[in-house]
Design a protein around this ligand. Structure first.
Ligand code: SF4
Ligand code: SF4
Ligand code: SF4
Length: 244
């Protein structure tokens, strides 16, 4: 790195979740060292003992805000941070735990699961369950140089076809590839599993068309179940546009 360039201050925070996105960041430590060339990590409780308060130039936050303590923390982080990035499907869509939102209130016993964007202004989102560390490190370097994070807006099907996989829908298996944002190199289908939509929907996702296709071999309940695995916020175009 050019020695003239000052490092920026990075914070990495976790709310209620499995912490898998933080672990994903560290999955390949050699790659992660690139981040350390450009950022001082001021606060990262998973990985270091000494953690300092803001201000931060950039923060990454995973998970969903569940308790009053987490909501307060989130608001404090926002005040101290120039750029807030929500990472992972929990933070962006509500994640697996948002299945709770579909239960009758008497079984929930608490408030519905919120996304980070429901509580504070979020500048960028990096999708996935977990996030992809190469993609995330690339976006961190973009932010360092003042560039925006621009997510791919092609579907998982695009990458799936490039990888020459056999289409699962043709064998009557539910797959959300047609509406799901690519960028994961269709990793699940490459391994023989369907896409369950962890990266959220593309901007042009046609939910009605997908429903129509899937209805030819399965029932509506099953389709709605799969569409809401990673959060009910993505379940159709109207909801998605309303939350922007
Ligand atoms: S998005 Fe997935 S991997 Fe990341 S914290 Fe949530 S459940 Fe864990
Ligand atoms: S298997 Fe899924 S992701 Fe691949 S082409 Fe078929 S619908 Fe698209
Ligand atoms: S194939 Fe679908 S479920 Fe699998 S990582 Fe990609 S977006 Fe997520």
């Amino acid at each position: 790195m050019n020695q003239q360039l000052a490092k920026k201050r990075l914070g990495i925070f976790s709310l209620t979740c499995c912490e898998g996105c933080q672990f994903a960041l560290l999955k390949d430590y050699i790659s992660f060292q690139k981040v350390l060339e450009y950022y001082d990590i001021i606060n990262f409780r998973l990985a270091q003992e000494t953690n300092l308060p803001g201000p931060f130039d950039v923060v990454l936050i995973e998970g969903t805000p569940e308790s009053d303590r987490e909501i307060k923390l989130l608001k404090e982080i926002r005040k101290e941070s120039a750029v807030v990035v929500a990472i992972g499907s929990c933070a962006i869509l509500g994640g697996i735990q948002s299945e709770r939102n579909r239960l009758p209130q008497k079984y929930i016993g608490s408030e519905k699961v919120k996304t980070i964007k429901n509580v504070i202004k979020v500048d960028y989102e990096i999708p996935g369950c977990p996030i992809d560390n190469t993609e995330t490190i690339g976006y961190l370097l973009n932010l360092y140089f003042g560039k925006n994070i621009e997510l791919p807006d092609y579907s998982v099907c695009f990458e799936c076809r490039q990888n020459e996989n056999n289409c699962l829908i043709k064998t009557k298996k539910l797959c959300l590839g047609p509406i799901t944002r690519g960028g994961c190199n269709s990793v699940c289908i490459n391994g023989g599993e369907a896409c369950l939509g962890c990266r959220g929907a593309t901007n042009q996702a046609n939910f009605d068309k997908l429903r129509e296709t899937l209805k030819s071999f399965t029932d509506s309940e099953e389709i709605e179940n799969i569409l809401t695995i990673y959060g009910e916020y993505e379940k159709d175009s109207k909801d998605r546009h309303d939350r922007k």
